[in-house]
Design a protein around this ligand. Structure first.
Ligand SMILES: Nc1nc2c(ncn2[C@@H]2O[C@H](COP(=O)(O)OP(=O)(O)O)[C@@H](O)[C@H]2O)c(=O)[nH]1
Ligand SMILES: [Mg+2]
Length: 361
């Protein structure tokens, strides 16, 4: 004989129903993850559904409000020989004059004798969100007769920013918000030779890809034919692989399968062949950023003309936060661990004094 089981009495929800003034979550109802602590009781984990609205999903809105209030820092470095269109591209990316373009080009006046590091900051605001953008320029890189070791001052600068951050972090009286001058992204400009990478490119990326997120781009790609562009991109990818250079997004930091499949697409499309311009032209009744040539306008944001919009979407619209996270969790963490291990504490490393900070804030 089977036992008589009393009808199940469902407890009343311990929490009230979701108030009507709270916006619904954008990604559907919250389902507890299956990593619960075990047990079958209410709220104790595996597969249990919430019996009423708690409000966990409002964290997103709370984070959004905080970010709106505080804004965020984003620091981008550009490296490559002079005249490759670095300043133009950064201005195109942020649709403003954030990097000073050289107006005239006279070798004696303009090219510094050694690599210089110059940074300039601007606040850009869009949709109520403020971004403090710092553009770090490296004039003189690759412009000397002997370019051996010209990656060194750049590496030194990057490490100095980690050091500054570390010092602030270990201070007893810490600032509420540590100023972040660490380079989140380094755009490396490859000359559009159509041949192969130069020794200088390989040396730079070899030494720097372990300390900073490098995104290589083919500069002034309007100077290559379609076939040349495809072949050049393939060759660059092969050479980078042969030299063991891992650019951003690095395979080893893919967090899950979705990340991997998104990033694989980006890795297969790299290096982006870009064109920059801060001039607008009228094309089919629309104002577009472009470069006017004798045979038509090269439209910067037209994916059939160049890969500028791919780069912009990847760098700003999908991976900006990840660039910052990889900088903090991987590159800075590696520096921090090594520094604290090596020295048995913190002793100052000399600063170069080469950094010229201009602020437009
Ligand atoms: N053909 C072509 N010229 C470009 C492009 N981007 C910039 N330029 C031109 O190249 C010259 C140098 O640009 P600039 O941004 O000052 O180069 P930087 O020295 O690397 O910062 C300028 O005359 C620009 O108008 C591009 O994508 N294609
Ligand atoms: Mg420049």
């Amino acid at each position: 004989m089977s036992e008589i089981v009393p009808p199940e009495v469902r407890p009343k929800p311990a929490v009230p129903a979701k108030p009507s003034h709270v916006a619904p979550p954008s990604s559907g109802p919250f389902v507890p993850s299956p990593q619960g602590t075990g047990g079958e009781g209410q709220g104790s984990g595996r597969g249990s559904a919430l019996l009423g609205y708690i409000g966990i999903d409002t964290i997103i809105e709370q984070m959004r409000k905080k970010t709106m209030k505080t804004g965020f820092d984003f620091n981008i470095m550009v490296v490559g020989q002079s005249g490759l269109g670095k300043s133009t591209l950064v201005n195109t990316l942020f649709k403003s004059q954030v990097s000073r373009r050289s107006t005239s080009w006279s070798r004696d006046e303009k090219i510094p004798k050694t690599v210089e590091i110059k940074s300039a900051s601007h606040v850009i605001e869009e949709g109520g969100v403020k971004m403090k953008l710092t553009v770090v320029d490296t004039p003189g890189f690759g412009d000397q007769i002997n370019n051996e070791n010209c990656w060194e001052p750049i590496s030194k600068y990057i490490n100095e920013q980690y050091e500054k951050f570390l010092k602030e972090e270990v201070n007893i009286a810490r600032k509420k918000r540590i100023p972040d001058t660490r380079v989140h992204c380094c755009l490396y400009f490859i000359s559009p030779t159509g041949h192969s990478l130069r020794q200088l490119d390989i040396e730079f990326m070899k030494h720097l890809s372990r300390v900073v997120n490098i995104i290589p781009v083919i500069a002034k790609s309007d100077t290559l034919t379609l076939d040349e562009k495809i072949e050049f991109k393939q060759r660059v990818r092969k050479e980078l692989e042969a030299c063991g250079i891992e650019c951003y997004p690095q395979k080893e930091f893919d967090e899950d399968m979705e990340d991997k499949s998104d990033n694989d697409k980006i890795r297969e499309a790299m290096p982006f062949a870009v064109v920059g311009s801060d001039k607008e032209y009228q094309v089919n009744g629309k104002r577009v950023l472009g470069r006017k040539t004798a045979w038509g306008v090269v439209e910067v944001e037209n994916p059939n003309h160049c890969e500028f919009s791919l780069l912009r979407d990847f760098m700003i619209r999908s991976h900006l936060q990840d660039l910052k996270e990889v900088t903090h969790n991987i590159h800075y963490e590696t520096y921090r661990a090594k520094r604290l291990n090596d020295n048995g504490g913190l002793h100052p490393i000399s600063s170069s004094g080469q950094d010229t900070q201009e602020s437009n804030l």
